[in-house]
Every structure is written in C-alpha cells, then in structure tokens.
Design a protein. Structure first.
Length: 93
C-alpha cells in the first residue's frame, strides 16, 4: 500500500479513511493545506488506483495554477482515460 505520493515536489500522505463525506458518495479528496490525500477504505484495486490518480491530477492542476475546482469534468475524464491506457499497455508496473 502506497503511503505517500510526491506531486511536483510536494509530498502528500495517502490515508485510507472510513468516511470522507456524509452527504455524497465521495471516494477521494485532496487536502492541500494538510498535504493529505484521503481515499475511502475498502475500495477495489482498480477504483483505488483511479481515485488516487484523480486526486493526483487535482494536485498537479493546483500546483500548476490551473483552476482545478472548475475542471472536475476534465480531471474525471483524464484520470479514467490515463488509468486505462497506462494499465492496458503496462506502461508502468
Ligand atoms: Zn475531483
């Protein structure tokens, strides 16, 4: 299990938590101030990895100065597509 991830020089602790948000089904969240990425515990491997990639993309957008709050759809699309291509082609193992 990955315990931390460094995004453009900023280390984030990856934490598995039982609840992220009560009012919606949130599976992941990045906290820039605490430098934490929260992932809902109990996710399957694929959902865990695509969720982590999604939150990493938020971190990249944020770090590069893009307005990532208004780019949720783009981030969702990119994380799903990148995960599929990287995995299917075994670009990283
Ligand atoms: Zn998002």
């Amino acid at each position: 299990m990955m315990e931390s991830v460094t995004i453009l020089g900023v280390p984030y602790l990856v934490k598995l938590v039982p609840v992220i948000s009560l009012d919606e089904l949130t599976v992941g969240q990045i906290d820039y101030l605490k430098q934490e990425i929260l992932i809902l515990e109990g996710l399957g491997d694929d959902l865990f990895q695509v969720t982590l990639l999604h939150e990493v993309l938020h971190g990249i957008f944020n770090q590069l100065g893009f307005d990532e709050e208004n780019n949720e759809h783009l981030i969702q699309a990119l994380s799903t597509a990148l995960y599929q291509v990287l995995r299917e082609n075994k670009l990283f193992s």
